[in-house]
Write a protein that binds this ligand. Structure first.
Ligand SMILES: N[C@@H](CCC(=O)N[C@@H](CS)C(=O)NCC(=O)O)C(=O)O
Length: 294
């Protein structure tokens, strides 16, 4: 019998990764210069985690409960939000928080160490800017739309919020298509090698491309949209061969797979949002009061 998703079963959020993510935590358990404070269900953590894996920056994975706010988390992240980074080679230790700021840091760090990158080369500032336009849209529109939809209780509000999320995803697709057209679609490309060089950083949207900045920014929410929003709201992601092929590449990319837990973990952990339980989180409170996300 299909599960009744109309009733809050009072499931608790998980505090330990499962599945492939658990194996990654086990692999990344040795002391390193950087400790990543994370939580298994958190999409903001997942984007940073994917970047660590892809860029090859050494790190120790450390799971914390951000709702309990242990002192060591508050020391790296003033609001007690994950993700946070602690730089252990400093006394007192240095720290960074905010997923987008951490991503910028990792990108800069990797450019001088592992020499890997999620962005188009600095020799192509316009391509880099187009990628930043995409991620700006993800952060300002798509991510809040995800939570508004998941937390909406009234059916009418749910319908509107679902349409808004759909539109936010379609707008992102429009921006991805624009980058493809303007950077590599203009003709005059002499061969596969040149196409590949030009598509560097444009992400998995490009067939034959590699993981990019926008992929990392958005993947955790698309993953949860396909699973959690489908389960609790009957949400269907946009159709279309190109979009579906992109999602396939994204969700089977090694760095994404390595940071995913099993489906039950997400379904359990997001039940609080789906029923808009009081005091769910700072993100949920911000959505309920119409404020910007923390
Ligand atoms: N703007 C922050 C948001 C991070 C965030 O909201 N993390 C959630 C977990 S998904 C958290 O730590 N919540 C704890 C709380 O609400 O007190 C970022 O991008 O890193």
């Amino acid at each position: 019998m299909p599960e009744n998703t109309k009733q809050d079963k009072g499931r608790a959020y998980h505090t330990k990764c499962t599945g492939a993510a658990l194996s990654t935590v086990a692999r990344q358990d040795k002391d390193e210069d950087i400790t990543l404070f994370g939580s298994c269900f958190c999409p903001f953590v997942q984007r940073v985690w994917i970047a660590f894996e892809y860029l090859g920056v050494p790190y120790k994975a450390y799971e914390v409960d951000p709702y309990k706010k242990p002192q060591e988390l508050l020391e790296v992240s003033p609001k007690g939000l994950v993700p946070g980074l602690r730089f252990n080679n400093y006394n007192p230790p240095r720290a960074l928080n905010e997923s987008t700021v951490i991503l910028e840091y990792l990108e800069d760090l990797a450019s001088g160490t592992t020499r890997r990158s999620l962005l188009p080369p600095t020799t192509n500032p316009y391509a880099r800017a187009l990628v930043k336009l995409q991620s700006d849209h993800v952060n300002r529109n798509l991510v809040p739309a995800f939570y508004r939809f998941l937390q909406a209780q009234d059916t009418e509000v749910q319908i509107t919020a679902g349409k808004e999320l759909h539109q936010a995803i379609e707008t992102l697709v429009g921006l991805l298509e624009r980058a493809e057209r303007e950077i590599i679609g203009g003709g005059g490309i002499s061969g596969d090698g040149e196409r590949q060089a030009l598509s560097k950083g444009l992400g998995l949207w490009i067939e034959g491309g590699d993981l990019g900045w926008t992929d990392v920014m958005v993947a955790p929410w698309l993953y949860r949209a396909r699973l959690v929003l489908k389960h609790y709201r009957g949400f269907e992601l946009p159709q279309g061969d190109k979009f579906t092929a992109w999602l396939d590449r994204l969700f089977t990319h090694l760095a994404v797979v390595a940071t995913c837990s099993t489906d039950d973990l997400y379904l359990d952990s997001y039940e609080r949002y789906a029923f808009n339980r009081p005091n769910t989180s700072q993100v949920a409170n911000a959505i309920n009061s119409g404020r910007g996300l923390p």
